[in-house]
Design a protein around this ligand. Structure first.
Ligand code: URA
Length: 432
């Protein structure tokens, strides 16, 4: 006879029938799933019931706490510096972590960026960093603490398997059961890892638009509020910026191409939207770390952020002076007509770059460091017919046809200048 206090079927039926899950039900189902007592098919049914019927604030908080309790908790309390982390919900061309972490660290703040690899059309920070010769993502907890405490202060590394293992299992399941785009499940997934990591403060970059999980502003606001509530309830000083992901961020998409652009920002240049978002997030992080008067713009201009980047790359075996991998094959996409670029769909560009080899379909697939897309004209730019809009890069030219097919209808050109918002930051969500 089973000694388990609940039956998975009853828990699923509770949510199927639009009722609240009790605290003991939540604690049990997460723990039993981690132990393998609740089967994948049962958890899939429960995830779909949550997807369809939602969870209230208390349920989401309990679900998050149960996922945290499934693993270890880190503690940065012994560090001589305040810790602030940033998390982006993921987008196309989003290389912001690369310049941001060293930029904030050069003000004496510890920045632990526990990052992931890309899956699907959004790139992963670790894949980008791995295009730097010699750089490695795996650090022991001791190495990470040394890098944060007495070393460069910024670390970008793989999250250890011990943090929220229930989420690791559940996220992989959601990925294959059409249950990813669900506010309670995304919020609890992201925040369980961030709270378990032990950061003092957290700045969230919640993306809105075709290349993001949340396609509309209302849904992105709901996600941001839910995550800010979870962080605040757990004692993490949390704020969110809502930022545009209707068009790719910056002028490159792909691993080595994005590293190149991040280094341009660290050298005081780079595309204006990448610089703007890097500075907006840096100001939030520095304010939450007790440095409201810090001037991150000056640190980009005078080389302090670049010095911190070079130290951070070297600390993890990387050579910041090594040339980045270059593609062996390129093709150009040109403007079909003259006029203003009115639209460049982020999702389509992300899928195209993924098909060129920059992303992976399964988590064990390799990625091409050099694959991706350079963007020569963006919405608002005036172009002539035949002018290059994109350059596609890959090592495997047989990929060009499918990559170009993904771009069908993605770039629109018209006679009138489009209304482009003057800032990539669309809003700010603070604790209520
Ligand atoms: N990132 C996560 O870590 N979890 C989600 O559910 C979605 C994005």
């Amino acid at each position: 006879m089973s000694t388990e206090p609940f039956d998975a079927v009853d828990v699923i039926a509770t949510k199927r029938d639009r009722k609240r899950l009790s605290d003991p039900q939540i604690d049990w189902v997460i723990d039993a799933y981690t132990r393998g007592v609740v089967a994948d098919e049962q958890m899939s049914a429960l995830a779909m019931a949550i997807f369809l019927n939602g969870m209230d604030r208390e349920e989401i908080k309990r679900w998050t706490d149960a996922m945290i309790a499934s693993g270890e908790r880190m503690d940065f309390g012994s560090l001589p510096r305040p810790t602030v982390d940033k998390h982006s919900t993921g987008g196309v061309g989003d290389k912001i972590t690369l310049p941001l972490a060293p930029l904030v660290a050069c003000f004496g703040v510890a920045v632990p960026q526990l990052s992931g690899r890309g899956l699907g059309h959004t790139g992963g920070t670790l894949d980008k960093m791995e295009s730097i010769r010699g750089w490695h993502a795996s650090l022991t907890n001791e190495e990470m603490m040394a890098q944060l405490g007495t070393g460069p202060g910024a670390v970008i590394c793989a999250a250890g398997a011990g943090l929220a293992p229930a989420d690791r299992k559940l996220y992989a399941l959601r990925d294959t059961t059409a249950t990813v785009e669900c506010v309670p499940l995304i919020a609890s997934s992201i925040m369980s890892k961030k709270i378990a990591e032990g950061t003092h403060a957290l700045v969230l970059d919640v993306k809105v638009g075709s290349g993001a999980f949340m396609k509309t502003r209302a849904r992105a606001e709901e996600l941001a509020h839910t995550m800010v509530d979870l962080g605040t309830d757990a004692g993490v000083d949390t704020v969110a910026l809502l930022t545009d992901m209707s068009t790719p961020l910056g002028r490159t998409v792909g691993n080595a191409l994005e590293v190149r652009e991040a280094v341009e920002v660290l050298a005081g240049g780079g595309p204006s939207d990448v610089v703007e978002l890097t500075l907006a997030l840096a100001r939030e992080m520095l304010t939450h770390a007790g440095h409201p008067d810090a001037d991150p713009e000056a640190a980009l201009a005078d080389g302090r952020a670049m010095d911190a980047w070079r130290a951070m790359v070297r600390a993890q075996g990387g050579d910041p002076d090594a040339p980045l991998p270059q593609s062996t094959h390129t093709e150009t996409v040109v403007a079909e007509a003259g006029g203003y670029v009115t639209e460049m769909d982020a999702l389509a560009v992300g899928v195209s770059s993924w098909r060129l080899g920059a992303g992976r379909a399964r988590k064990e697939d390799p990625v091409q460091a050099e694959a991706g897309i350079e963007i020569h004209a963006k919405p608002g730019d005036l172009v002539r017919a035949g002018q290059p809009i994109l350059t596609l890069h890959t090592r495997t030219p047989e990929r060009f046809d499918r990559a170009k097919a993904a771009l069908s209808g993605a770039i629109n050109i018209g006679p009138d200048a489009p209304d482009i918002p003057d800032s990539v930051v669309l809003g700010r969500i603070a604790p209520r």
